[in-house]
Design a protein around this ligand. Structure first.
Ligand SMILES: [Zn+2]
Length: 112
């Protein structure tokens, strides 16, 4: 009997736009998207156990990314909702800019 196992299979989930900003890398006006990247232990090429989960805010144009921690999830969820409301016209630009400032001010420092 033998087993074929491996490490490093990655799965990426895109939760969509979270916050509008000017990308610090490509300087385009973008909405940073929240990506969840999980890395899996595989058995017979089938992902069985995730052993690493990381989250990033990613620029959709240049793929620049900012790592964020699980502790930031409530703030990220709230900001995504605010961004959807703003895009649907339920929030004016001035109010949205205030919410963005508050979001960045409260974002937890990223863990190593
Ligand atoms: Zn960019």
């Amino acid at each position: 009997m033998f087993f074929i196992f491996g490490f490093g299979r990655r799965k990426v989930r895109d939760d969509g736009p979270v916050v509008a900003c000017t990308c610090p890398h490509c300087h385009n006006e973008v909405s940073l998207s929240l990506l969840h990247v999980s890395t899996w232990f595989t058995l017979f090429f089938i992902p069985v156990i995730p052993y690493s989960r990381k989250q990033f805010l990613v620029c959709p144009i240049c793929r620049w990314s900012l790592p964020v921690t699980k502790a930031n999830e409530p703030a990220l969820d709230e900001m995504a909702t605010i961004t959807r409301t703003w895009r649907d016209g339920g929030l004016d630009n001035e109010e949205y800019a205030k919410r963005i400032d508050a979001f960045w001010a409260h974002l937890q420092p990223t863990a190593a």
